[in-house]
Structures are given as C-alpha cells and as structure tokens.
Design a protein around this ligand. Structure first.
Ligand code: ATP
Ligand code: MG
Length: 404
C-alpha cells in the first residue's frame, strides 16, 4: 500500500467567504515551503486538506517535525491509500489492525466526494462488523482506544489510525504585517506567537544597552527569533542600541520617571522602524498591572507616542501563569528565563512612578532633543535575517534521510 500524509487545515480558514481561496493558496504555499528538503513532492490540495505521498518510511520523522510548525495545520496523520471502492478498503483493513490490541475501537468514515456509493454511517457499519468479527474487539463510539479513520476523495480512499496536532491558526501572511517589541523576557515571545498564529507576519525589534551591560539580551532575542521563525519561515530582527538614549535621559529625568521615558523612546523608535519596513501596527507583550510600566496610567502615557500606528497588546488580560503555560510548550520559556540585565533596569529606582501623567512627562522631555535621539538610534540599527527551513538544515536532512 502507498503511504500518504493527510493534512487538515484550521477550521476557521473555511469561514472566510470570498477570501477563502486566497487563504488556502497561502496555506498551500507555506506548507510547500515547510517541506523543502524533505524529499516530498506532489502536494495535492483538496478543499480543507492537503495530501502527499511518502516515498519511504525514513521521510516521516522529518516531515512530522516540519508539519508541527506550520501555522494553519490543525491535524495531520500518515495514511494508506487504496482505490476508492469498499472492496479495496475492506481488503486494506487487516493491515491497519496489525500490531494493535485495543480495549475498544470505532470506525470514523468521512466522504469529501459524495459520489462514493455508500454513506459514511454505512461505511462505519460495514467496517465495524468486519473488524469485530475478525478481532472480537468491543465497539466504543465515545471514547475508543483505537479509531480507524477512512476518508474518501475523488480518486483515493485514505485509511489512518493516528492523528497528530498541528499548531492551528490562520496561515502566515493573510493577517498583515506587524512590528513586535521583543525583549528577552517571557511575555513578548508569547505575544509574537499569538500574532503569528492569527496570520500575521511579525518583524522583531529588540532594544539593548550593550556595551553598558553584557550582550546576553541580544543573544536571547536572536535565539527567540530563530525559534519563532520556524512558524513564519522568514523573519527580520532589528537590534537597536539603546545605551546612548538612556545616557541622555538619566542626565535630566528624575529616577522615578526613567522607565516611562525609556519606553516612550522605544516606542518612537519602533514606530519609525515599523513604518520604514511596511508594518501596519506595533505589538508589545504588556499585561495589565504586571509591573509598574504596565499600569493603565503608564500604558496610556507610554502608548501616547505611537501616533501613526495602532499599538496592540495581545496579552493584556492574561496573568503571568497563563502566559508561562503558553511559553512552555512553545519552547521559548527556557530561553526567556536565562538571567540577563534588562535595559530598562538600568539607572532606575526600585519603585518607579505608577501613575504618570502625559503632561508631566512631556514637560520632562522638553529638556531632551527627542528627534535627534531617535534619529541617532535609527542610524545604528543592525538587521538580522532568518530563514526556515534553512538551506543548511535541508542539506543536513537530505544526508540523514536519503529519499528512495
Ligand atoms: P517581557 O517578558 O515581554 O519582557 P515583562 O513582563 O518583562 O515582559 P516589561 O519588561 O515591562 O514586561 O516589558 C513590557 C513590554 O515592552 C515587553 O513585552 C516588550 O514588548 C516591550 N519591551 C520591554 N523591553 C524591551 C526591549 N529591551 N526590547 C524590545 N521590547 C521591549
Ligand atoms: Mg521584560
């Protein structure tokens, strides 16, 4: 029997009316790109799913790893292909049962092509009877130990027994382009992933105080982008040196207001970079009340400088534990907790102001050459690009898992 892989797309893609063909095209494009270097070819799209042939068993581990990172993949499985007739399906059933000895089972048939001459319940009944008389396994429709799934399409019947979860979400590229302020902390990488999962292309901006502090936060940001890039395939990370801005701020701004003013500068610089790179919004990992810079008053004072683009805070109403619960499976958590010196902890007191007012802060900024400071920082920005699957990774993989 031929081995195929069956990929089911995120249910929400189907709900998008006139945009649906575009979303599915983007989905297919991202899927194809993710499979680069695996030796897989001939991906066929059929409504809300895609199928392709596995040339050999060896391809599966890499294909599986890649599919786990494709946004828009809801579930996927390895499937055996036979001709779309009940006789051919029944003939394949014994091979599907091999090596299994479950406490209970069920059959779940689906027809994407209604020309198949039996209904889904009829297929379930026929195969259920066949399996029961061959094995004696009891049927359990609600909570089966073993589920034989049969899908009939125009030209194929696909049989599968294990289904794996993909990340779900809307295909990257259909949600627009946003600029993410990425610290080395726990929250912002999770916020970035939430946006990617809504179909956004995310450009990353990281502010660092190197050489006033060591370069750990830069390395963390780079590692986080490399990890997150597996979900969006191409990324740009903009590293902004922030020490010079901070050194000017501390000369005139009282300690309690420094974090607020640092943040306003970050946002001004981020907005300029977002506009330069064509992003339509700014995103932060703020969560209401988590730290002093995230009180309602301080978020208002800080957010006020984003006057040309909307500022989104996808984690606003989540608490730290909920965010950590997302960071762990994503894999960002171990990177985020590596100790570093956050640039905003430089030259600031233990208790910064929690209820700042825009008028006061604007008055303090009158002492500063704001535009000049922004322009100076922009002139020093370093650009790093990331691509996934990388050509090296694909080459390494091709060596490890030769295709037949
Ligand atoms: P995080 O875990 O994302 O660092 P946090 O709880 O430490 O969040 P803050 O440090 O106050 O909170 O940062 C709030 C948001 O401001 C971050 O989520 C991020 O979007 C942005 N931010 C903070 N520091 C930086 C930085 N050095 N570079 C880029 N963005 C930053
Ligand atoms: Mg932080």
């Amino acid at each position: 029997m031929e081995q195929h892989v069956l990929v089911r797309f995120y249910h929400e893609i189907a709900l998008k009316g006139g945009n649906r063909p575009w979303f599915l095209r983007q989905m297919a494009k991202n899927l194809k790109r993710a499979l680069t270097g695996t030796g897989v070819s001939g991906i066929k799209r059929d409504s809300m799913m895609a199928t392709f042939k596995l040339k050999s068993e060896d391809q599966w581990p890499l294909v599986k790893e890649r599919l786990e990172h494709v946004i828009g993949v809801e579930r996927f499985s390895r499937a055996y292909r036979v001709d779309p007739t009940i006789e051919a399906i029944q003939e394949a059933v014994p091979a599907m049962l091999e090596g299994h000895n479950p406490k209970s089972f069920r059959v779940t048939a689906r027809r994407t092509d209604k020309r198949f001459p039996m209904t889904s319940p009829e297929i379930n009944q026929r195969l259920g009877d066949q399996i029961k008389s061959a094995t004696g396994w009891p049927v359990d429709l609600k909570n089966p130990d073993f589920n034989l799934q049969v899908q009939t399409t125009g030209n194929d019947a696909l049989l599968t027994t294990e289904e794996l979860r993909g990340p779900g979400g809307m295909p990257v590229g259909v949600g627009g382009h946003v600029a993410m302020l990425l610290s080395g902390g726990i929250d912002s990488p999770v916020a970035a992933y939430q946006m990617i999962r809504r179909g956004c292309k995310v450009t990353f901006i990281h502010f660092h105080s190197f050489p006033l502090v060591e370069g750990t936060s830069k390395e963390k940001a780079a590692d986080l982008v490399e990890l997150l890039n597996q979900y969006q395939q191409d990324s740009l990370l903009l590293m902004v040196p922030f020490a010079a801005v901070q050194q000017r701020i501390i000369v005139t701004v009282p300690p309690a207001y420094r974090v607020t003013i640092y943040r306003r500068f970050m946002l001004r610089i981020a907005q300029a970079l977002a506009l330069k790179h064509g992003a339509g919004a700014l995103v932060t990992g703020d969560s209401l009340g988590q730290v002093s810079s995230q009180t309602l008053e301080n978020m208002t004072t800080i957010g006020a400088v984003a006057d040309k683009l909307p500022l989104f805070r996808p984690l606003l109403a989540m608490d730290k534990q909920e965010i950590i619960d997302k960071a762990r499976p994503l894999g960002t958590y171990p990177i985020s907790i590596i100790p570093d010196q956050d640039c905003c902890s430089l030259f600031v007191p233990k208790h910064p102001v929690t209820k700042s007012r825009i008028v006061d802060v604007e008055k303090m900024e009158e002492e500063l050459p704001v535009d000049e400071m922004v322009q100076e920082a922009l002139a020093e920005v370093e650009e790093h690009t990331y691509h996934w699957p990388s050509s090296e990774a694909s080459a390494r993989v091709a060596e490890e898992a030769p295709t037949v």
